[in-house]
Design a protein around this ligand. Structure first.
Ligand code: ISE
Length: 339
Protein backbone atom coordinates (compact mmCIF):
# COMPACT_ATOMS: atom_id res chain seq x y z
CA UNK A 1 0.00 0.00 0.00
CA UNK A 2 1.32 3.40 -1.00
CA UNK A 3 0.51 7.00 0.00
CA UNK A 4 0.72 6.48 3.77
CA UNK A 5 -1.27 3.27 3.86
CA UNK A 6 -3.85 4.46 1.31
CA UNK A 7 -5.13 1.67 -0.97
CA UNK A 8 -4.13 2.22 -4.62
CA UNK A 9 -7.12 1.26 -6.77
CA UNK A 10 -7.17 0.51 -10.50
CA UNK A 11 -10.62 1.33 -11.90
CA UNK A 12 -11.37 -0.75 -14.99
CA UNK A 13 -14.01 0.87 -17.20
CA UNK A 14 -14.59 4.61 -17.14
CA UNK A 15 -18.21 4.77 -18.34
CA UNK A 16 -21.03 6.13 -16.19
CA UNK A 17 -20.43 3.86 -13.17
CA UNK A 18 -16.62 3.77 -13.43
CA UNK A 19 -16.35 7.56 -13.64
CA UNK A 20 -18.70 7.89 -10.66
CA UNK A 21 -16.53 5.47 -8.64
CA UNK A 22 -13.37 7.46 -9.54
CA UNK A 23 -15.08 10.60 -8.20
CA UNK A 24 -16.24 8.71 -5.08
CA UNK A 25 -12.79 7.27 -4.29
CA UNK A 26 -11.10 10.62 -4.94
CA UNK A 27 -13.56 12.98 -3.26
CA UNK A 28 -15.90 11.11 -0.93
CA UNK A 29 -14.47 8.08 0.82
CA UNK A 30 -11.30 7.69 2.87
CA UNK A 31 -8.38 5.26 2.83
CA UNK A 32 -7.99 4.87 -0.94
CA UNK A 33 -6.90 6.71 -4.07
CA UNK A 34 -7.23 5.96 -7.77
CA UNK A 35 -3.80 4.87 -8.99
CA UNK A 36 -4.88 3.75 -12.48
CA UNK A 37 -7.85 3.90 -14.83
CA UNK A 38 -8.39 1.53 -17.74
CA UNK A 39 -10.56 1.91 -20.81
CA UNK A 40 -10.41 0.75 -24.42
CA UNK A 41 -11.46 4.32 -25.13
CA UNK A 42 -8.03 5.72 -24.29
CA UNK A 43 -9.11 9.35 -24.71
CA UNK A 44 -11.79 8.86 -22.07
CA UNK A 45 -9.35 7.14 -19.71
CA UNK A 46 -6.72 9.86 -20.22
CA UNK A 47 -9.28 12.61 -19.62
CA UNK A 48 -10.28 11.02 -16.30
CA UNK A 49 -6.67 10.32 -15.25
CA UNK A 50 -5.76 13.94 -15.97
CA UNK A 51 -8.14 15.07 -13.23
CA UNK A 52 -6.71 12.75 -10.54
CA UNK A 53 -3.27 13.29 -9.03
CA UNK A 54 -0.90 10.37 -9.50
CA UNK A 55 -3.31 8.42 -11.72
CA UNK A 56 -2.15 6.72 -14.94
CA UNK A 57 -4.38 5.75 -17.87
CA UNK A 58 -4.14 2.30 -19.49
CA UNK A 59 -5.92 0.56 -22.37
CA UNK A 60 -5.10 -2.96 -21.18
CA UNK A 61 -6.33 -4.21 -17.75
CA UNK A 62 -3.43 -6.70 -17.50
CA UNK A 63 -0.91 -3.86 -17.75
CA UNK A 64 -2.75 -1.73 -15.18
CA UNK A 65 -2.90 -4.54 -12.63
CA UNK A 66 0.88 -4.89 -12.55
CA UNK A 67 1.52 -1.14 -12.50
CA UNK A 68 3.37 0.20 -9.46
CA UNK A 69 1.07 1.41 -6.70
CA UNK A 70 -1.91 -0.77 -7.69
CA UNK A 71 -3.13 -2.75 -4.64
CA UNK A 72 -6.74 -3.48 -5.57
CA UNK A 73 -9.15 -3.43 -8.51
CA UNK A 74 -12.59 -1.96 -9.05
CA UNK A 75 -14.20 -3.52 -12.14
CA UNK A 76 -16.81 -1.30 -13.77
CA UNK A 77 -16.47 -2.40 -17.39
CA UNK A 78 -19.46 -4.02 -19.21
CA UNK A 79 -20.48 -7.45 -17.81
CA UNK A 80 -19.00 -9.55 -20.67
CA UNK A 81 -15.53 -8.12 -19.89
CA UNK A 82 -15.64 -9.05 -16.18
CA UNK A 83 -14.45 -12.66 -16.41
CA UNK A 84 -11.12 -11.78 -18.07
CA UNK A 85 -10.52 -8.85 -15.69
CA UNK A 86 -11.22 -10.98 -12.60
CA UNK A 87 -9.06 -13.87 -13.78
CA UNK A 88 -6.19 -11.42 -14.25
CA UNK A 89 -6.81 -10.00 -10.77
CA UNK A 90 -6.74 -13.56 -9.37
CA UNK A 91 -3.37 -14.18 -11.09
CA UNK A 92 -1.95 -11.35 -8.99
CA UNK A 93 -4.10 -12.23 -5.96
CA UNK A 94 -5.56 -8.71 -5.90
CA UNK A 95 -8.75 -7.80 -4.00
CA UNK A 96 -11.64 -6.89 -6.32
CA UNK A 97 -14.86 -4.91 -6.12
CA UNK A 98 -16.77 -6.05 -9.21
CA UNK A 99 -19.83 -4.15 -10.41
CA UNK A 100 -22.93 -6.27 -10.97
CA UNK A 101 -23.60 -8.46 -12.82
CA UNK A 102 -20.59 -10.59 -11.86
CA UNK A 103 -20.82 -12.06 -15.37
CA UNK A 104 -23.70 -12.23 -17.84
CA UNK A 105 -24.18 -16.03 -17.68
CA UNK A 106 -23.89 -18.80 -15.14
CA UNK A 107 -21.16 -20.79 -16.96
CA UNK A 108 -18.69 -17.89 -16.78
CA UNK A 109 -19.73 -17.12 -13.18
CA UNK A 110 -19.06 -20.75 -12.31
CA UNK A 111 -15.60 -20.54 -13.91
CA UNK A 112 -14.84 -17.57 -11.64
CA UNK A 113 -16.18 -19.46 -8.63
CA UNK A 114 -13.82 -22.33 -9.43
CA UNK A 115 -10.89 -19.98 -10.00
CA UNK A 116 -11.45 -18.25 -6.66
CA UNK A 117 -11.76 -21.63 -4.95
CA UNK A 118 -8.40 -22.60 -6.44
CA UNK A 119 -6.93 -19.44 -4.88
CA UNK A 120 -8.20 -20.84 -1.61
CA UNK A 121 -9.62 -17.57 -0.25
CA UNK A 122 -12.27 -15.03 -1.18
CA UNK A 123 -11.03 -12.11 -3.21
CA UNK A 124 -14.24 -10.64 -4.67
CA UNK A 125 -16.98 -8.37 -3.37
CA UNK A 126 -19.78 -8.03 -5.95
CA UNK A 127 -21.34 -4.57 -6.33
CA UNK A 128 -24.88 -5.28 -5.19
CA UNK A 129 -25.08 -1.86 -3.56
CA UNK A 130 -28.64 -2.21 -2.28
CA UNK A 131 -27.23 -4.27 0.59
CA UNK A 132 -25.64 -1.00 1.80
CA UNK A 133 -28.78 1.15 1.42
CA UNK A 134 -29.97 2.29 4.85
CA UNK A 135 -33.60 1.33 4.20
CA UNK A 136 -32.76 -2.15 2.91
CA UNK A 137 -30.39 -2.62 5.86
CA UNK A 138 -33.25 -1.74 8.26
CA UNK A 139 -35.61 -4.13 6.50
CA UNK A 140 -33.04 -6.92 6.68
CA UNK A 141 -32.48 -6.29 10.42
CA UNK A 142 -36.23 -6.38 11.06
CA UNK A 143 -36.69 -9.62 9.12
CA UNK A 144 -33.68 -11.19 10.85
CA UNK A 145 -35.04 -10.19 14.28
CA UNK A 146 -37.98 -12.55 13.70
CA UNK A 147 -40.42 -9.94 15.02
CA UNK A 148 -42.58 -10.14 11.90
CA UNK A 149 -42.46 -13.92 11.75
CA UNK A 150 -41.78 -15.97 8.63
CA UNK A 151 -41.62 -13.97 5.37
CA UNK A 152 -44.31 -15.05 2.91
CA UNK A 153 -44.00 -12.62 0.03
CA UNK A 154 -41.90 -9.72 -1.24
CA UNK A 155 -43.44 -7.17 -3.60
CA UNK A 156 -40.90 -5.12 -5.54
CA UNK A 157 -41.28 -2.13 -7.83
CA UNK A 158 -38.25 -1.16 -9.87
CA UNK A 159 -38.80 1.85 -12.10
CA UNK A 160 -36.33 3.78 -14.24
CA UNK A 161 -37.22 7.03 -15.99
CA UNK A 162 -35.80 5.85 -19.33
CA UNK A 163 -34.00 2.78 -20.61
CA UNK A 164 -30.55 3.48 -22.08
CA UNK A 165 -30.43 3.16 -25.90
CA UNK A 166 -30.20 -0.47 -27.06
CA UNK A 167 -31.57 -1.91 -23.79
CA UNK A 168 -33.07 -5.35 -24.47
CA UNK A 169 -35.49 -7.69 -22.69
CA UNK A 170 -32.55 -9.83 -21.55
CA UNK A 171 -30.84 -6.74 -20.09
CA UNK A 172 -34.01 -5.94 -18.15
CA UNK A 173 -33.35 -9.19 -16.29
CA UNK A 174 -29.53 -9.29 -16.27
CA UNK A 175 -28.91 -5.62 -15.46
CA UNK A 176 -32.05 -4.48 -13.64
CA UNK A 177 -34.00 -7.39 -12.06
CA UNK A 178 -30.61 -8.80 -11.00
CA UNK A 179 -30.86 -6.41 -8.03
CA UNK A 180 -34.16 -7.95 -6.87
CA UNK A 181 -32.68 -11.42 -7.34
CA UNK A 182 -29.89 -10.43 -4.97
CA UNK A 183 -32.05 -8.65 -2.38
CA UNK A 184 -34.56 -11.50 -2.32
CA UNK A 185 -31.84 -14.04 -1.55
CA UNK A 186 -30.21 -11.72 0.98
CA UNK A 187 -33.34 -10.47 2.77
CA UNK A 188 -34.99 -13.87 3.06
CA UNK A 189 -31.81 -15.97 3.30
CA UNK A 190 -33.32 -18.29 0.68
CA UNK A 191 -32.38 -19.39 -2.83
CA UNK A 192 -34.65 -18.76 -5.82
CA UNK A 193 -35.84 -21.99 -7.38
CA UNK A 194 -38.03 -20.89 -10.31
CA UNK A 195 -38.77 -17.81 -12.42
CA UNK A 196 -41.85 -16.83 -14.46
CA UNK A 197 -42.10 -13.68 -16.58
CA UNK A 198 -45.42 -12.11 -17.58
CA UNK A 199 -45.81 -9.11 -19.85
CA UNK A 200 -48.67 -6.69 -20.26
CA UNK A 201 -49.24 -4.85 -23.53
CA UNK A 202 -46.14 -2.60 -23.65
CA UNK A 203 -46.23 1.07 -22.74
CA UNK A 204 -46.39 3.44 -25.71
CA UNK A 205 -43.12 4.84 -24.33
CA UNK A 206 -41.30 1.50 -24.41
CA UNK A 207 -38.25 1.86 -26.67
CA UNK A 208 -37.98 -0.25 -29.83
CA UNK A 209 -36.92 -3.82 -28.97
CA UNK A 210 -37.91 -3.68 -25.29
CA UNK A 211 -41.09 -5.14 -23.85
CA UNK A 212 -41.76 -2.71 -21.03
CA UNK A 213 -42.96 -3.10 -18.29
CA UNK A 214 -42.57 -6.76 -17.29
CA UNK A 215 -43.79 -8.69 -14.26
CA UNK A 216 -41.38 -11.27 -12.88
CA UNK A 217 -42.24 -13.90 -10.27
CA UNK A 218 -39.70 -15.86 -8.21
CA UNK A 219 -40.35 -18.93 -6.10
CA UNK A 220 -37.90 -19.65 -3.30
CA UNK A 221 -36.70 -22.77 -1.52
CA UNK A 222 -38.28 -21.42 1.68
CA UNK A 223 -41.72 -21.42 0.08
CA UNK A 224 -41.92 -17.63 -0.45
CA UNK A 225 -43.31 -15.88 -3.53
CA UNK A 226 -41.69 -12.71 -4.85
CA UNK A 227 -42.91 -10.37 -7.56
CA UNK A 228 -40.98 -7.67 -9.39
CA UNK A 229 -42.50 -4.98 -11.55
CA UNK A 230 -39.66 -3.87 -13.79
CA UNK A 231 -40.62 -0.71 -15.66
CA UNK A 232 -37.73 0.91 -17.46
CA UNK A 233 -39.50 3.77 -19.23
CA UNK A 234 -41.65 4.96 -16.34
CA UNK A 235 -40.75 8.54 -17.30
CA UNK A 236 -41.46 10.29 -14.02
CA UNK A 237 -38.20 9.32 -12.28
CA UNK A 238 -36.31 6.49 -10.59
CA UNK A 239 -38.06 4.55 -7.87
CA UNK A 240 -37.28 1.30 -6.07
CA UNK A 241 -39.69 -0.04 -3.47
CA UNK A 242 -40.01 -3.28 -1.58
CA UNK A 243 -42.67 -4.62 0.75
CA UNK A 244 -42.15 -7.76 2.79
CA UNK A 245 -45.32 -9.57 3.83
CA UNK A 246 -44.75 -11.76 6.87
CA UNK A 247 -46.88 -13.86 9.21
CA UNK A 248 -47.10 -11.12 11.86
CA UNK A 249 -46.94 -7.95 9.80
CA UNK A 250 -45.56 -6.19 6.76
CA UNK A 251 -42.66 -3.78 6.22
CA UNK A 252 -42.19 -1.48 3.27
CA UNK A 253 -39.26 0.65 2.11
CA UNK A 254 -38.53 3.06 -0.73
CA UNK A 255 -41.46 5.44 -0.45
CA UNK A 256 -39.06 8.39 -0.43
CA UNK A 257 -40.84 9.99 2.49
CA UNK A 258 -37.91 11.89 3.88
CA UNK A 259 -39.57 15.24 3.23
CA UNK A 260 -43.18 15.94 2.38
CA UNK A 261 -44.14 19.40 1.23
CA UNK A 262 -47.63 20.89 1.45
CA UNK A 263 -48.08 23.77 -0.98
CA UNK A 264 -50.48 25.16 -3.53
CA UNK A 265 -53.24 22.71 -2.66
CA UNK A 266 -51.06 19.61 -3.04
CA UNK A 267 -48.77 17.50 -0.86
CA UNK A 268 -45.80 15.39 -1.82
CA UNK A 269 -42.07 14.98 -2.24
CA UNK A 270 -39.58 14.55 -5.06
CA UNK A 271 -38.50 11.49 -7.04
CA UNK A 272 -34.78 10.96 -7.82
CA UNK A 273 -33.91 11.03 -11.54
CA UNK A 274 -31.68 7.92 -11.59
CA UNK A 275 -30.01 5.20 -9.54
CA UNK A 276 -26.91 7.34 -9.07
CA UNK A 277 -28.86 9.75 -6.85
CA UNK A 278 -31.27 7.23 -5.28
CA UNK A 279 -28.44 4.94 -4.22
CA UNK A 280 -25.68 7.55 -3.84
CA UNK A 281 -25.27 6.89 -0.13
CA UNK A 282 -25.41 3.12 -0.68
CA UNK A 283 -22.64 3.32 -3.31
CA UNK A 284 -20.52 5.42 -0.94
CA UNK A 285 -21.03 2.99 1.93
CA UNK A 286 -20.38 -0.01 -0.33
CA UNK A 287 -17.05 1.32 -1.61
CA UNK A 288 -16.01 2.50 1.88
CA UNK A 289 -16.84 -0.97 3.29
CA UNK A 290 -14.75 -2.59 0.55
CA UNK A 291 -11.77 -0.29 1.15
CA UNK A 292 -11.97 -0.75 4.94
CA UNK A 293 -12.23 -4.55 4.69
CA UNK A 294 -9.41 -4.70 2.15
CA UNK A 295 -7.12 -2.62 4.36
CA UNK A 296 -7.88 -5.01 7.23
CA UNK A 297 -7.00 -7.92 4.92
CA UNK A 298 -10.62 -9.15 4.85
CA UNK A 299 -13.26 -9.74 2.19
CA UNK A 300 -16.87 -8.96 3.10
CA UNK A 301 -20.16 -8.27 1.31
CA UNK A 302 -21.80 -10.11 -1.60
CA UNK A 303 -19.53 -12.93 -2.76
CA UNK A 304 -18.71 -14.70 -6.00
CA UNK A 305 -21.32 -17.28 -4.89
CA UNK A 306 -23.95 -14.53 -4.76
CA UNK A 307 -22.81 -13.35 -8.20
CA UNK A 308 -23.10 -16.91 -9.52
CA UNK A 309 -26.55 -17.48 -7.98
CA UNK A 310 -27.81 -14.20 -9.46
CA UNK A 311 -26.38 -15.17 -12.88
CA UNK A 312 -28.15 -18.56 -12.72
CA UNK A 313 -31.50 -17.00 -11.74
CA UNK A 314 -31.12 -14.31 -14.40
CA UNK A 315 -30.42 -16.97 -17.01
CA UNK A 316 -33.64 -18.75 -16.01
CA UNK A 317 -35.43 -15.38 -16.23
CA UNK A 318 -34.22 -14.79 -19.78
CA UNK A 319 -35.34 -18.32 -20.72
CA UNK A 320 -38.73 -17.63 -19.15
CA UNK A 321 -38.98 -14.52 -21.34
CA UNK A 322 -38.20 -16.38 -24.55
CA UNK A 323 -39.79 -19.77 -23.87
CA UNK A 324 -42.68 -18.66 -21.67
CA UNK A 325 -43.90 -20.46 -18.57
CA UNK A 326 -42.06 -21.33 -15.38
CA UNK A 327 -38.33 -22.04 -15.60
CA UNK A 328 -36.55 -23.83 -12.76
CA UNK A 329 -33.18 -22.70 -11.44
CA UNK A 330 -30.52 -25.31 -10.76
CA UNK A 331 -27.52 -24.24 -8.68
CA UNK A 332 -24.37 -26.28 -8.09
CA UNK A 333 -23.71 -27.23 -4.49
CA UNK A 334 -22.53 -24.21 -2.46
CA UNK A 335 -18.78 -24.60 -1.83
CA UNK A 336 -17.50 -24.42 1.75
CA UNK A 337 -15.62 -21.18 1.00
CA UNK A 338 -18.98 -19.40 0.67
CA UNK A 339 -20.88 -20.83 3.61
C1 ISE B 1 -28.51 -0.31 -13.91
O1 ISE B 1 -27.44 -1.04 -14.46
C2 ISE B 1 -28.54 -0.48 -12.43
O2 ISE B 1 -27.77 -1.19 -11.84
C3 ISE B 1 -29.67 0.20 -11.76
O3 ISE B 1 -29.62 0.02 -10.38
C4 ISE B 1 -30.95 -0.33 -12.32
O4 ISE B 1 -32.04 0.33 -11.73
C5 ISE B 1 -31.00 -0.11 -13.83
O5 ISE B 1 -32.22 -0.59 -14.33
C6 ISE B 1 -29.82 -0.81 -14.50
O6 ISE B 1 -29.84 -0.54 -15.88
Amino acid sequence: MSQQGSLGVAVIGTGRMGADHVRRITEVISGAHVAAVVDLDTDRAKAIAAGVEGCTAFADPAEALTAPGVDAVLVASPGPAHEAALLTAFEHDLPVLCEKPLTPDSASALRLLEAERRLGHRRVQVGFMRRYDREYVKLKALLDSGELGRPLMLHNRHRNADAPPGFTDAMAINDSVAHEVDVTRWLFGQEITAVTVLRPRPSAHAPEGLSDPQFVVFETDGGALVDVEIFLSARYGYQVQAEAVCENGTARIGDGHDMLVNAAGRWGGTVTPSYLERFEDAYDRQVQAWVDATRRGEVTGPSTWDGYAVAAVSEAGVRAQTEGGRVEVRLVERPGLYR
